[in-house]
Design a protein. Sequence first.
Lengths: 116, 114
Amino acid sequence: DSGVTQTPKHLITATGQRVTLRCSPRSGDLSVYWYQQSLDQGLQFLIQYYNGEERAKGNILERFSAQQFPDLHSELNLSSLELGDSALYFCASSVNPRTGESDTQYFGPGTRLTVL
Amino acid sequence: GENVEQHPSTLSVQEGDSAVIKCTYSDSASNYFPWYKQELGKRPQLIIDIRSNVGEKKDQRIAVTLNKTAKHFSLHITETQPEDSAVYFCAALRGGGGYNKLIFGAGTRLAVHP
């Protein structure tokens, strides 16, 4: 168990709909990252937040948005869903001032999104 | 732009043999190189990492080597076991100041046959 939690585990929805994925980082971690992994594909970096602020952006679609809240949990919002958005969405966290760890990213269990 | 190339994409070995996976990165400012193991439908799990000021690191049956000049790093697994079967991802990070963007390789599917 990495200490990173994600809800829900599974999500089935229809095209055109909007969903919200939630992530709670490891205790004390300030950074949250979102990744998309399509079937049998690699890990595509979407976006990073650090202590509530956006820090880095990958190939995130305009239909997708994210935020990090004051308690450091993060949400990834996916709207106008298309069949191709079906994937595993992982959250990871890092940067812990208490332990001094900064580089290692710990992954949550993922949310499997199926768009029908 | 930033890029990490990983080879081979698939690797099949007999139990007890060694397995080697190689990665090349493009950003010379990268300073941290983790390796993740991902079993089917599960989260990527960190198995070993190396920093740019170190040339080699070992942890039991796994080792990682780094050649900064060639911008090349490799994962070595000795005495492979069936439970080593998984997809392995290398990554390179240019970190510091809260900007920690990991660039992943495309992955290597390792199959260890009994």
